[in-house]
Design a protein around this ligand. Structure first.
Ligand SMILES: NC(=O)c1ccc[n+]([C@@H]2O[C@H](COP(=O)([O-])OP(=O)(O)OC[C@H]3O[C@@H](n4cnc5c(N)ncnc54)[C@H](O)[C@@H]3O)[C@@H](O)[C@H]2O)c1
Length: 355
């Protein structure tokens, strides 16, 4: 896949055995030395292969926590690279999910005003979604992704076998985004989604690579022409307005893609109440979400906390709250006039039926 970007065009390649093919994969890239940012769990799980590939003094191992995506931590990452003697001719290579991507991307875009960066996404969410689209994000306190830049990696290598070691929670998180993108596509995409989710085992489905590729294509169709998120790309926040608020209000006990699934369920209920979505559609989509909602006591989260975080949503423009509502497959619309009382009433009903 070749992706056009205002910063620099870049490419994404599906590869097998990524950890054994460093020389070959990097053969077309010009660089002097290479330094690595590696997710701590990935390092533990793949250390035998990684140790053959990387000298320990070239690697910074970072736990994938929202706290490590904080603006207060970024100085540590600059410091590490500068102390290791990183120059503009060198290259940063990241192994990890969306968390390592967000923090590495921010560092890559700002250190020396932009360095060469290669990304090996290792979670389903990062492979199917976050690896393309150029966003880098840093948290401010408990509020997610308030600081960031647009800076894509130069090369992305997707090896889907990394997903084989994910816990169900994080596999399910990737599924949340996969579901969202296919509900935002068309009947063909929706039918592939149903075939995929209908597989006996979604983690080993024969449609797995196809659904990852399809998700990336749908995402590209939304941000092509709106990389800086001022128009159509905004719609990709379907499920995210409530989702981000839930992630923050739960102190990140609910992970990103799972929160998006809950967020889509909430947005659909609001759409139903506003007469935008018909009841039969609502029921049809709710059937899908119910399978993948996280097992989490939603009733523990106070609606006031949700509203507090919705008010800090960076997409908010007017007095009202912002949310993407949905009518049907591929028919999502942005609303900036959502009232607090609508959120309160919908939340009560939503919590009452949450599995
Ligand atoms: N930049 C973007 O466009 C964008 C888009 C969506 C989400 N995000 C951000 O991405 C983050 C979430 O990323 P994520 O869902 O990829 O999770 P993550 O990067 O936080 O990783 C989830 C967990 O899986 C572990 N892990 C990673 N790869 C593994 C593997 N192959 N096997 C076993 N364990 C593995 C990690 O150590 C971590 O414990 C959030 O901070 C979210 O805001 C960014």
């Amino acid at each position: 896949m070749k992706i056009r970007s205002k910063t620099k065009d870049y490419s994404l390649e599906f590869v097998n055995g990524a950890l054994k093919r460093k020389k070959e994969l990097f053969s077309n890239i010009e660089y002097s030395r290479v330094f690595y940012f590696i997710d701590k769990n990935v390092y533990k799980l793949y250390q035998k292969e990684l140790k053959k590939l990387i000298r320990s003094e070239e690697a910074v191992v970072i736990p994938a926590t929202e706290g490590n995506k904080s603006y207060l931590k970024i100085a540590d990452y600059y410091k590490k690279l500068i102390e290791l003697g990183f120059t503009r001719k060198d290259m940063l290579v990241t192994f990890g999910g969306g968390t390592l991507q967000d923090l590495s991307g921010f560092v890559a875009s700002t250190l020396y005003r932009g360095i060469k960066w290669v990304f090996f996404p290792t979670t389903l969410l990062a492979q199917a979604d976050s690896c393309i689209g150029s966003k880098t994000s840093i948290n401010f306190g408990k509020s997610k992704n308030l600081i960031g830049t647009f800076y894509p990696p130069d090369y992305i290598f997707v090896d889907t076998s990394f997903c084989g070691t994910l816990t169900w929670r994080y596999f399910n998180s990737g599924l949340g985004e996969i579901i969202k993108f296919h509900l935002m596509s068309n009947e063909k995409g929706y039918s592939l989604l149903k075939k995929y989710l209908g597989s006996e085992d979604v983690t080993h489905s024969r449609y797995f690579e196809q659904i990852v590729r399809s998700t990336l294509k749908i995402k590209y169709s939304y941000f092509k022409g709106d990389e800086y998120d001022s128009g159509r790309r905004n719609l990709l926040n379907y499920g995210h307005c409530f989702g981000h608020a839930l992630e923050s209000a739960s102190n990140f006990a609910v992970c990103h893609g799972e929160a998006v699934t809950v967020g889509m369920g909430f947005a659909n209920l609001l759409s139903l109440r506003r007469g935008i979505m018909k009841k039969d559609k609502y029921d049809e989509f709710e059937e899908i979400f119910k399978e993948y909602y996280p097992r989490f006591a939603l009733s523990r989260i106070k609606v006031d906390d949700i509203i507090h975080h919705l008010k800090r949503d960076k997409k908010r423009v007017g007095k009202g709250l912002t949310m993407i509502l949905s009518q049907d497959i591929g028919k999502q619309f942005k609303f900036d006039d959502i009232k607090e009382r609508e959120i309160r009433k919908t939340y009560d009903d939503f919590v009452a039926t949450y599995p």
